[in-house]
Design a protein around this ligand. Structure first.
Ligand SMILES: [Fe+2]
Length: 318
């Protein structure tokens, strides 16, 4: 039997040094969905904070797509990208690759929806007592949907729920026979886009410098501003609060030190396995580059090489 995918260890959800590695390995090298172009009005600065980097996005002219993103502290411009259908993405450091290298096969998928047609309505943000990965774990699978989200499951029954993983993003399909029914996307590491129920929401799972505290930021978009929007808002907020409670409970257990790690369902949790594996690879690579160089002696040998070298010395010559 092929080996089953394993979860990240519980300690990775509770450790500050680990978060500092994640920050450099994952966050400073990532791309972030800021929203559709409709979120940015001329003369208005929209602020964000991702992994302790503060950025400001501004529309520079009447032209809808003339949007730039700046580092709030230095004023320098960050690399940003606007898709053909109107989604604005940004980096938070110069360490990120190009947009096309980061998301090589995203364009066909988001080309299906015209994101400029849904006006921005409202944002909500608050902190929760959980690690950023605790929330992403929940988003990336739907095994919890049936019992945690009874109202959502009526519209999107979890029976056929499938997650398709691509490079640095995942698509969630509630029913593969109705592929146009809702668009649910996860962008590695911490952004989502959810088009369903007549509106659209996107949220960012923002890590604070405390591994057990995360700031959730939601943006809501809808064609109408009145009762229809409020109805949609009530529905999607209900789902968000159900997830919030679940995450706080899961984090409590992660912090108790009883659970260390487990296996993942190889069919129903491929989304979790995919993104956790990315985190693992990137963090391990970062750790490798940060290892203290071994002390070298006057001959340029490291101590480990000395051991090897001492075994190679011809006893007759000494
Ligand atoms: Fe959920």
């Amino acid at each position: 039997m092929a080996s089953l995918p394993r979860t990240l260890p519980a300690s990775w959800y509770c450790s500050s040094p680990l978060y500092q590695l994640e920050r450099k390995a994952v966050f400073l090298k990532g791309w972030y969905l800021l929203g559709p172009v409709t979120k940015f009005q001329l003369g208005e600065k929209v602020g964000y904070e991702v992994a302790q980097v503060s950025l400001v996005a501004c529309r520079m002219s009447e032209e809808l797509r003339d949007i730039k993103v700046f580092d709030e502290n230095t004023g320098s411009e960050f690399k940003s990208y606007i898709t053909e259908t109107g989604l604005v993405f940004s980096t938070i450091s110069d360490n990120a690759p190009s947009f096309d290298d980061f998301f090589p096969d995203l364009k066909p998928l988001i080309g299906r929806v015209d994101f400029t047609k849904l006006p921005y309505r409202r944002s909500v943000k608050y902190e929760g007592k959980f690690n950023w990965k605790t929330m992403v774990d929940g988003y990336q699978e739907c095994l919890h949907c049936q019992y945690t989200h009874p109202s959502f499951s009526v519209y999107y029954p979890p029976t056929f729920y499938t997650v398709y993983n691509h490079k640095n993003f995942s698509q969630h399909v509630a029913d593969p026979k109705k592929a146009d029914d809702g668009l649910f996307l996860y962008f590695f590491p911490n952004c989502t886009l959810n088009v369903y129920g007549g509106g659209m929401s996107s949220f960012r799972v923002c890590p604070t410098d405390k591994p057990g505290i995360t700031r959730m930021e939601f943006d809501y978009y809808h064609q109408s501003s009145g009762e229809k929007f409020e109805e949609y808002f009530k529905f999607v907020r209900q789902v968000a609060m159900e997830d919030f409670e679940l995450c706080e409970k899961a984090q409590e257990n992660l912090e108790k030190g009883v659970y260390s790690e487990g296996i993942l369902n190889p069919e129903k949790e491929t989304g979790v396995a995919y993104y956790q594996q990315r985190v693992l690879e990137l963090v391990c690579a970062q750790h490798e580059t940060e290892k203290e160089p071994e002390p070298r002696n006057a001959y340029g040998y490291s101590s480990r090489n000395d051991v090897v070298a001492s075994q190679l010395v011809d006893p007759a010559s000494s």
